[in-house]
Write a protein that binds this ligand. Structure first.
Ligand SMILES: [Zn+2]
Ligand SMILES: [Zn+2]
Length: 330
């Protein structure tokens, strides 16, 4: 399996973007991305030249769509047919989710707390979700310099609350990229760990995202490994078969500072690396890049999930810089 740098929320001329798929793909390539998902509003017309653009740019393209309604925007990947948006009411989210899943796709909440009308019609999520197990992912970081923005901090908290309730939901970032202009602010990247092989890329991306093999960052890519009784588990895995008599779990937290390194800048500093769980902070370390990987041991008693976070200073602000998706326990 390989980690690929992805941008999962983009638009072209086919909705309100001001770029073609080819321009978008060339732009993504020059920023060091390996893949994008095209998620135009309520249309998949922009995907018509996917194969040609992939060939010309070397970028991998995930087919997607942003189901854009008055009560919330839902990013999807892997659907084949447009979902209707015109007669959707606030109680209709599960009908929409069922259509996505019936087509073999995945559905995520886009920018759930971005202010809605009149700034951005339907951007604020007002759908009533009765079963959170049907939500595949939450875009917890939206737009540029995402982790410092209040609506993203709320989305990150929502994700944490749902993990605490026992739901296994992935967390992603998305620039909501509409135009080829320099961002001037740190860009977030969603790394997906995909299988190599012949299967169409959209299918391999669906497999990675639905398994939670996801790590999100403004710079270095964080990785987390859990070793219980000699068996190693990775991000997205479920550590099962625990009967309460286990010895401690050995944790390794690693960060790869070489990924896309010419595209981001972090001042020299001591980072805070935090191991979080449903019981709060399990361990915290002050670490220079050379101190990684870090090792610690934890009791698995009462754990539902753990994740790693990296905190530090970027563009003069102390903030969350990177986080892994969860390793689960049962
Ligand atoms: Zn949107
Ligand atoms: Zn969008």
């Amino acid at each position: 399996m390989t980690w690929l740098a992805c941008e999962l929320h983009t638009h072209t001329f086919h909705s309100d973007g001001r770029q073609s798929l080819a321009e978008l793909a060339r732009g993504a390539k020059s920023l060091g991305f390996d893949c994008i998902a095209l998620t135009d509003h309520n249309t998949m017309a922009g995907l018509v030249h996917t194969e040609q653009v992939e060939r010309e740019t070397g970028l991998l393209i995930i087919s997607g769509m942003e189901w854009t309604t008055f009560f919330g925007h839902m990013v999807t990947i892997g659907i084949k047919d447009n979902l209707d948006w015109r007669k959707v009411g606030p109680g209709d989210i599960h009908a929409g989710l069922a259509q996505v899943h019936k087509q073999g796709g995945l559905a995520g909440m886009a920018h759930p707390f971005r202010p809605g009308s009149p700034m951005c019609t339907g951007c604020y999520w007002e759908f009533e979700i009765s079963d959170w197990s049907e939500i595949d992912y939450i875009e917890v970081w939206s737009t540029t310099f995402a982790p410092v923005k209040k609506n993203n901090i709320r989305a990150y908290r929502l994700w944490t609350d749902k993990l605490n309730e026992g739901f296994r939901i992935a967390a992603t970032s998305g620039r909501d990229w509409h135009i080829q202009e320099p961002a001037g602010e740190p860009l977030s990247v969603t790394y997906l760990q995909v299988e190599e092989g012949e299967a169409p890329f959209t299918e391999r991306a669906i497999e990675a995202l639905s398994s939670g093999r996801v790590s999100v960052t403004l710079g270095p890519r964080l990785d987390l490994e859990v070793n219980v009784n000699g068996k190693v588990h990775q991000i997205g895995d479920v550590v099962s078969g625990l009967d309460g008599t286990e010895p401690l779990a050995a944790i390794q937290i690693q960060a790869d500072f070489t990924v896309r390194h010419e595209h981001w800048h972090l001042p020299e500093q001591t980072f805070t690396i935090s191991l979080k769980s449903n019981s709060g902070v399990l361990s915290e370390f002050a670490a220079l890049p050379d101190d990684l990987p870090l090792h610690t041991e934890i009791s698995v008693q009462g754990l539902l999930w753990i994740r790693a976070e990296m905190w530090g200073v970027i563009q003069g602000v102390r903030t969350l810089i990177a986080f892994t998706n969860a390793v689960y326990f049962e």
